[in-house]
Design a protein. Structure first.
Ligand code: TXD
Length: 313
């Protein structure tokens, strides 16, 4: 089989982390694309020079030209600016929408057959904009948030119980913001339901920490936001697609009536395989969880309406 091509638009903190992880996993050749001259080229060359130590033959290149996206099997988009002090939510939406618009048009022109994973914040609005602008089918345009949020919750549960991190599975649904919904009954520790191991009160505290986990890292780093775990989460999604793994992953997917939501991107469990989002799984939520989910959808809806207004205007 020909070598697969994975393009990373945005060669910042997350882009660099993904490039290294992709080389380690030998999932395909990597193209780093950024508007800043030298950064994508430098990161690509730096990892190339470390390949002997990793034991990989992955070829990495850096470019400032979107036409180098041509023939990509996967495009992962982290291009954007972070929210800086004094910047309003609308300022951030405006700037990152402009970036997604350019990248979406480039994907449409050069890589219309790719599986596109959007990471740029505000996530639910940016993936919604990407699908509309690129015109790619919704099953090939997804947002990365739930894999990360679920992994964060699983991490906190494992730390609390003193068990191996990779024994814990968790599901966090809804929008990628403070209103995200952590599901108590859906956490399992090597198949043992969490309610048998941890009381609700303790779980609620971990769920609150999960909803604020991004802010916790920003508070520690001061100069940027989380990048290792977001990068690894997006790579997990790319791997599920490239290897047709049929992994059940929580992703921002376009809902078409599922969960009573129509035409919005929201975090739900889906099956990812060679056809992209192969199925949206509709899980049964308790009354309280459904209320929390609907509230989260409302938050997502506001930003989607903003995008609609922008695209009409
Ligand atoms: O769960 C999630 N979805 C997230 C999202 C978790 C963590 C961070 N999340 C968001 O990802 C974050 O709020 C940002 O919007 C993105 C990327 O985060 P990262 O930490 O990688 O940001 P950087 O280091 O600032 O990198 C962004 C790069 C930078 O090199 C810019 O020069 C580049 O994007 N950039 C562009 N590249 C290509 N094309 C255009 N137009 C462009 N504009 C900026």
């Amino acid at each position: 089989m020909a070598r697969r091509k994975i393009s990373l638009v945005g060669a910042g903190q997350i882009g660099g982390t993904m490039a290294l992880a992709l080389a380690q996993k030998q999932l395909g050749d990597v193209v780093l694309v950024d508007v800043v001259e030298g950064i994508p080229q430098g990161k690509a060359l730096d990892i190339m020079e470390g390949r002997l130590s990793i034991g990989t033959s992955t070829v990495l290149t850096g470019t400032n030209d979107y036409s180098d996206l041509a023939g990509s099997d996967v495009v992962i988009v982290t291009a954007g600016v972070p929210r800086k002090p004094g910047m309003t939510r609308d300022d951030l939406l405006n700037i990152n929408f402009g970036i997604i618009e350019k990248v979406g048009q480039a994907i449409s022109a050069s890589a219309p057959n790719a599986f596109v994973i959007v990471v740029t914040n505000p996530l639910d609005a940016m993936v919604y904009a990407m699908q509309k602008i690129s015109g790619l089918p919704a099953e090939r345009v997804v947002g990365m948030a739930g894999v990360l949020d679920s992994s964060r919750l699983a991490c906190f549960v494992a730390m609390e119980l003193g068990v191996a991190a990779d024994d814990v599975q968790a599901v966090v649904m809804g929008g990628h913001g403070p209103s995200m919904v952590s599901l108590y009954d859906f956490v399992s520790v090597s198949g043992i339901p969490l309610p048998q191991l941890m009381n609700r009160e303790t779980f609620d505290a971990l769920s609150k920490r999960t909803a604020m986990a991004g802010d916790e890292i920003v508070g520690l780093l001061k100069t940027g936001s989380a990048f290792y775990s977001p990068g690894l989460s997006a790579v997990k999604m790319a791997e599920a697609y490239l290897l047709d793994k049929k992994n059940v992953l929580t992703c921002a997917a376009l809902l078409n009536g599922q969960y009573g939501v129509n035409g919005l991107y929201c975090g739900v469990p889906v099956i990812i395989g060679a056809n992209g989002v192969e199925k949206i799984i509709e899980v049964k939520l308790s009354g309280e969880e459904k209320v929390a989910f609907d509230k989260s959808v409302e938050a997502v809806k506001g930003n989607a309406e903003w995008v609609d207004g922008k695209m009409k205007g």
